[in-house]
Design a protein around this ligand. Structure first.
Ligand code: E4P
Length: 217
């Protein structure tokens, strides 16, 4: 499963990229607003840092506006992916960009039928939002399983990009369910490396090694 980071904070992206943990980046208008920075400037900086796909979301909700904005964003860098909402206009824009060879990420997916439509529109990625479904006491992971089954039934190449991930268990369950990608907040990615027994075991090894008085170098 590929790891994308879900943030518009360039420093956090650079740090994770240095660890070799990043396959791509997703942003959204809320994350851009939170960063307080210029959208196109941030996307250009991220694209220069990360080799993989970088999702940049259109702001328009009408087809013509999405196409104009998406074509503008696509010129920023070769790895820009145009992020479009899962509406009829968004699906039409998805078909437009796919026909032009521009990658797309269809976002705000909350049902298997929506994911089916996105695949039929030729989306590169579909983004089902797990956490926001869980918030409503609807099992978000079940949606990932349903989409996996549907895409496998028909051989759709659209990649399942599990989004709205809130915890380490979400990441594990996405991997078990067969999501192609998970887009994860920076703190959750870093937290995946943590285990109390790792810390305890390492402390013991450090202490015992010091007692030997030896040096490896
Ligand atoms: C995905 O592309 C979205 O940016 C993101 O995962 C939404 O997450 P949230 O529900 O935590 O805002």
């Amino acid at each position: 499963m590929k790891f994308f980071v879900d943030t518009a904070e360039v420093d956090a992206i650079a740090e994770l990229n240095d660890y070799g943990l990043l396959d791509g980046v997703t942003t959204n208008p809320s994350l851009i607003a939170k960063s307080g920075r210029d959208f196109k400037e941030v996307i250009a900086e991220i694209c220069a840092l990360v080799e993989g796909p970088v999702s940049a979301e259109v702001a328009s909700t009408e087809f013509d506006g999405m196409v104009a904005e998406g074509e503008h964003l696509a010129k920023i860098a070769d790895n820009v992916v145009i992020k479009l909402p899962l509406t009829l206009d968004g699906l039409k824009a998805c078909r437009h960009f796919t026909a032009k060879g521009i990658k797309t990420n269809v976002t705000l997916c909350f049902s298997a039928n929506q994911a089916l439509l996105a695949a039929k529109a030729g989306a590169t990625f579909i983004s089902p939002f797990i956490g926001r479904l869980d918030d409503l006491n609807i099992d978000g992971m079940e949606l990932i399983e349903e989409i996996r089954a549907i895409y496998d039934n028909y051989g759709f190449e659209t990649e399942i990009l599990a989004a709205s991930i809130r915890s380490a268990n979400h990441v594990k369950d996405c991997a078990i369910a067969g999501a192609d990608v998970a887009t994860i907040p920076p703190a959750v990615i870093k937290g995946l490396a943590n285990h109390a027994l790792t810390d305890k075991g390492l402390a013991a090894f450090v202490k015992d090694w010091a007692a030997t008085g030896q040096s490896i170098l």
